[in-house]
Design a protein around this ligand. Structure first.
Ligand code: DX5
Ligand code: ZN
Length: 221
């Protein structure tokens, strides 16, 4: 079960952390108001970048009791669901564009005891989820093209958040809306007002002069 979180949920993306000082970055996150660790797994095929795999997730599992929100940007994610469960993932999100059988993938993730999410690239319309929305714990709307931290927010995402919120409310599914990419202190409150529940933030947190205060301010959005 996921804990009850005070909204908005703040999920710093460790992709933007300094990998030479991960221990102190984890200590900072643990004492911060951040709710989740957002962990970006990239395979160099679904996205043009390679990041880290389950071994890293298991190290983060030892470093925190916070929720591990694992974002798989990989082809054939069904091949790895069990491995990421064993590594300690609490939430596993797969891309609709990488799934031939998204419904089956969601059932697999849930049967392993994790919360299940679907991520949508910027070009993918939210209405493609209308027949599975009640099965989803989370929808991750990519507000940049996946693969890299530090990119500019795509404004069209705000319309997608509103449309998705309507779908979720009329289905009474309770699905969380997560925004991933280019989230800043300037756009956070617009996203919350549009209906976002979870804000992922990489560069905004880890390039800040005061990450703890930045997380606090995101939480106040
Ligand atoms: C991009 C990743 C994001 C990324 C966000 O493919 O999914 O989670 O780390 O980084 P920022 O917040 O810097 O855009
Ligand atoms: Zn991500």
């Amino acid at each position: 079960m996921l804990k009850i979180f005070q909204m908005p949920i703040i999920a710093p993306s460790l992709l933007s952390a300094n990998f030479l000082q991960l221990q102190s970055d984890c200590e900072m996150l643990n004492k911060s108001e951040a709710d989740w660790y957002h962990l970006d797994v990239m395979d160099g095929r679904f996205v043009p970048n390679i990041s880290f795999g389950p071994m890293f997730v298991s190290f983060f599992r030892k470093a925190t009791t916070k929720t591990l929100d694992v974002h798989l940007m990989i082809e054939e994610p069904e091949r790895y669901a069990e491995v990421f469960k064993d590594a300690g993932a609490d939430i596993l999100t797969v891309h609709l564009e990488a799934c031939k059988h998204a419904h089956r993938n969601i059932q697999q993730i849930k049967s392993l005891g994790m919360k299940a999410g679907i991520a949508l690239n910027p070009h993918t319309p939210v209405n493609l989820l209308s027949d599975i929305i009640h099965d989803l714990d989370l929808v991750c709307l990519m507000s940049v093209n996946p693969g890299f931290g530090g990119q500019a927010f795509i404004p069209q995402t705000l319309h997608k958040v509103r449309a998705l919120k309507q779908m979720i409310q009329s289905s009474k599914s309770g699905t969380l809306i997560e925004i991933d990419g280019g989230v800043t202190l300037d756009n956070a409150s617009d996203l919350i007002q549009a209906g976002a529940d979870v804000l992922v933030a990489g560069n905004t947190v880890f390039r800040a002069s005061d990450p703890l205060d930045t997380i606090h301010r995101l939480k106040q959005s």
